[in-house]
Design a protein around this ligand. Structure first.
Ligand code: SAM
Length: 329
C-alpha cells in the first residue's frame, strides 16, 4: 500500500507485495490441465467470508500490499465477489484484478467495475471453437469474446488473455492467438503448462511446450518480436510484433523459473496461506481468523508464512495433494 512503512521481505530477500486470493474451489469449466474430472469441490463451512477477505487484505496492507488478484476455481461463481472487491477498494489497495474464464463476466461486469475492479485476465486457450471446447471440456469461446468486448466497453485496461500451451491440443493455435495482438489492444500471454493437474507424468512431458519454442514459432511467422520493458517481479516477459497494437507475453515457470523474483503469497478459499504455487507447503490459518484480534493474528501468520516461502518451487511431475483449480492460479 502506498504509505505503509513496513515491508514484507522473505528469507531470500524477496519483497512480497502481491496477493492472490482464491475465493472458491468451484469452477464452471473443466479445463484439462487444471481441473481433473472427479475433482468436484464445494464451498464447505469455513470458506473465506467477505469479512475474512477484508481482514486478510488489511493485514497484508499493513505489510506493504500493492496488488490483489481474485481467482479460483472460478471467482465469478462466488456471488460475494463484488463485496470482496469493494473491500479492497475501501482499503485503498492500488491494483485490484481478477483472473476468470469470463463465462459469467458479461452479466456481472458492471457490478464488479462499480465495486472497484480495474484489471482483468481472461483465459482463452484457443480461438478455434472446437479446440477451445476440447481444452475446456465443453466451453464456448464466443463467451470469452463477449467478456473481452464487455471489458473494453467498461474501460478495463489492460485486458490480458492467458493461453496454456499443450502439445497435440492447442499448438496449432499459436499463430491465430498471437495474431489477435496485431489489431486489438490485448496482451496475449502464452503460459507453460505446469504439472498441477496430477496428470500422467509421461503424458505431461509429451504435452509440455517450452515457451521458447512458442516464441520461435511466432517469430518464424511474424519476424523478430520487440521486447518491451516490464515490471521485473511480474511473471511475463512482454514483447510486441512490430507495428502491432497489442502485446505478446510469455510466462515460462517450468523452463525458465522466475522464483528469485517472486513477490506473491496465496490465500486459499479454505483459509490456508500457500507461500509458493509449486510447493505443497500450506499453513492453516483458520485460528487467526477466529482470534479475538484477527487482523493482528493474521499479521503474525503472514510473517510466519513468509519466512517459510521456499527459494524454488517444484516443477517436476509429482502427485500433488491439491490440483490447480483448488489452489488458485
Ligand atoms: N477459472 C479462472 C480462469 O480460468 O482463469 C481462474 C482460475 S485458473 C486456475 C487461473 C489461471 O491458471 C488460468 O489462466 C489458467 O489457464 C491457468 N492454469 C490453470 N492450470 C494451469 C496449469 N496446469 N499450468 C499453467 N497454467 C494453468
Amino acid at each position: 500500500m502506498g504509505g505503509s512503512a513496513v515491508k514484507l521481505i522473505d528469507n531470500y530477500g524477496r519483497l512480497i507485495k502481491d496477493l492472490r486470493i482464491s475465493v472458491t474451489p468451484r469452477c464452471n469449466l473443466h479445463c484439462l490441465y487444471c481441473h481433473p474430472l472427479g475433482w468436484e469441490q464445494s464451498e464447505p463451512p469455513g470458506t473465506l467470508s467477505v469479512e475474512d477477505v477484508r481482514r486478510f487484505m488489511q493485514a497484508m496492507q499493513m505489510l506493504g500490499l500493492e496488488s490483489v488478484r481474485f481467482t479460483g476455481g472460478e471467482p465469478l461463481v462466488r456471488k460475494e465477489l463484488p463485496e470482496m472487491i469493494a473491500a479492497a477498494k475501501e482499503l485503498g489497495i492500488p491494483d485490484i484484478a481478477i483472473t476468470t474464464n469470463g463465462l459469467l463476466f458479461k452479466r456481472k461486469a458492471k457490478a464488479l467495475v462499480d465495486a472497484g475492479l480495474r484489471r482483468i485476465n481472461l483465459s482463452m486457450d484457443a480461438v478455434t471453437p472446437e479446440v477451445f471446447r476440447a481444452m475446456t471440456r465443453g466451453g464456448e469461446v464466443k463467451k470469452v469474446w463477449e467478456a473481452i468486448e464487455t471489458a473494453w466497453e467498461l474501460g478495463l485496461h489492460p485486458v490480458k488473455i492467458n493461453a496454456v500451451m499443450i502439445r497435440g491440443m492447442n499448438d496449432g493455435e499459436v499463430i491465430p492467438l498471437a495474431a489477435l495482438s496485431l489489431d486489438k489492444p490485448l496482451e496475449v500471454r502464452f503460459l507453460e503448462y505446469m504439472h498441477l493437474d496430477n496428470s500422467n507424468p509421461e503424458l505431461y512431458q509429451q504435452r509440455f511446450i517450452p515457451g521458447a519454442e512458442t516464441k520461435a514459432r511466432i517469430e518464424a511467422h511474424f519476424g523478430p518480436l520487440e521486447q518491451i520493458a516490464h515490471d521485473p517481479t511480474a511473471p511475463a516477459r512482454v514483447y510486441r510484433i512490430p507495428g502491432a497494437v497489442g502485446r505478446i507475453g510469455f510466462i515460462n515457470p517450468v523452463a525458465e523459473p522466475f522464483c528469485s523474483k517472486c513477490s506473491r503469497l496465496r490465500l486459499t478459499a479454505d483459509k490456508k496461506i500457500r507461500p509458493c504455487l509449486l510447493t505443497e507447503l500450506e499453513m492453516d490459518i483458520a485460528w487467526a481468523f477466529a482470534a479475538p484480534n484477527p487482523v493482528e493474528a493474521l499479521v503474525d501468520a503472514i510473517l510466519l508464512a513468509t519466512q517459510r516461502k521456499p527459494a524454488f518451487g517444484n516443477t517436476l511431475p509429482t502427485l500433488r495433494q491439491r490440483v490447480m483449480v483448488g489452489i488458485g492460479g
